[in-house]
Design a protein around this ligand. Structure first.
Ligand code: NAD
Ligand code: DAU
Length: 350
């Protein structure tokens, strides 16, 4: 491999994947394609932007001409596709944006790979980064495996499920070498503060209410983002063509228990009276169609490719809080302007 296109590399997970590949593989040229939507931020890559094997291209995956031109000019050996609209609440207010980027954008990339990699499919690889949300919701027991039937409920998960189906269809129909991974909830540095953990950190820091949907009983399975990036690296290099891997940390938390732990950590880090951050918890109207529980069975990844998560959640959460407290400027930059408008629309009418 000489040149890899990573899409969505200015976002939360994408920036960790770009950083890992740029630092680990100095002989591979990494091209980061990103539209820089509200969620894309080149400051996420400050530490590696000067490296000789890294390049940024501003482009929109919904623009097929732009994507085809790029594939025509560059001889990519592989694509690692992360660009997406990723926030469930935004998908409830604007589903079409999710169809455009997550479905049409993915199909545009697949079409370009199909066209420009013709005759070389066995030497190329299309890696599609997906989510556990495509499997729907679990009750009190059970876990998602790679063979769990798709049952998406939100416009976001429906769009990701659709993109997964297209990726598999291009493997089955045209013989494109594809790999898919479905990961559980990530947490860590550079996470946009519309998502639960960074939003709660930001609000606690600023003594603002911490909104918990419904009764806070929904369960998510949290994974340190750098462990996700490492799993992508391992799967990208070792999976057989057409394979799917689930990625998760066996780390289930009820939202309210997670928020209570976060409040305790924040009290300690901010030297506040024990229990003071928890007073900010505010129960708000539940998310429409809110999936009760996600839990990933990553046995296949652990047994076949020897991947295991590296961090315990309490340690990872404390490190995450430290990062946000040490990077006030980053937080201030991303919470100005459009974010403020989004926040008002999402939370004030309840
Ligand atoms: P994010 O919202 O932080 O980043 C998405 C990136 O994609 C941004 O940089 C944005 O500018 C870019 N982008 C959006 N639309 C684009 C377009 N039309 N053209 C080019 N670039 C565009 O998302 P994330 O949380 O980092 O998620 C990355 C991927 O991982 C997504 O595919 C998501 O479905 C998947 N995923 C996320 C999680 C999670 O917990 N965050 C878990 C499993 C899977
Ligand atoms: O499971 C993987 C998915 O995890 C990814 O595919 C998505 O891109 C990513 O956004 C994430 O989706 P969730 O909806 O699980 O994440 P979010 O941080 O939005 O919410 C986590 C839980 O917290 C969920 O049960 C909803 C709840 N929540 C969220 C917000 C933003 C609240 O209680 N209050 C909030 O203000």
């Amino acid at each position: 491999m000489k040149k890899i296109l990573i899409t969505g590399g200015a976002g939360f997970i994408g920036s960790h994947v770009v950083r890992r590949f740029v630092n680990t593989y100095p002989d591979i040229e990494i091209v980061n394609l990103d539209k820089l939507t509200y969620a894309g931020n080149l400051a996420n890559l400050n530490d590696i932007e000067g490296q000789s094997n890294y390049r940024f291209v501003k482009a929109d995956i919904t623009d097929s001409e732009e994507i085809n031109a790029l594939f025509r000019e560059e001889n990519f050996d592989a694509v690692i596709h992360l660009a997406a609209e990723s926030h469930v609440d935004r998908s409830i207010t604007d589903p079409t944006a999710f169809v455009m980027t997550n479905v049409i954008g993915t199909v545009n990339l697949l079409n370009a790979a199909r066209e420009f990699w013709k005759g070389d499919y066995d030497k190329k690889r299309f890696y599609h980064v997906s989510t556990d949300e495509v499997y729907g919701a679990l009750g009190e027991t059970g876990m998602f495996t790679e063979t769990t039937a798709y049952d998406p409920h939100s416009p976001y998960s429906a769009s990701k499920a659709s993109s997964d189906h297209f990726v598999r269809a291009y493997h089955d129909t045209y013989g494109l070498d594809v790999v898919i991974s479905n990961c559980s909830n990530n947490y860590g540095s550079h996470h946009f503060p519309e998502k639960l953990i960074p939003l709660a950190i930001n609000n606690i820091k600023n003594n603002k209410p911490v909104p918990v949907y419904g009764k806070g009983e929904n369960v998510r399975d949290w994974l340190w983002v750098e462990d996700h990036a490492r799993a992508i690296d391992v799967i990208f290099h070792q999976a057989k063509t057409g394979e799917t891997y689930n990625i998760g940390g066996h780390n289930e938390w009820k939202n309210i228990d997670l928020i209570m732990l976060l409040c305790k950590i924040m009290d300690e880090k901010l030297a506040r009276e024990p229990g003071s951050s928890a007073k900010l918890i505010t129960y708000v109207t539940d998310r429409a169609g809110h999936d009760l529980r996600y839990a990933i069975d990553s046995t296949k990844l652990q047994e076949k490719l020897d991947w295991v998560p590296s961090l315990q959640f309490e340690e990872g959460l404390a490190k995450t809080v430290d990062w946000y407290l040490e990077n006030e400027e980053w937080l201030e930059n991303v919470t100005s302007g459009q974010y403020k408008k989004y926040y008002e629309d999402q939370y004030t009418e309840r």
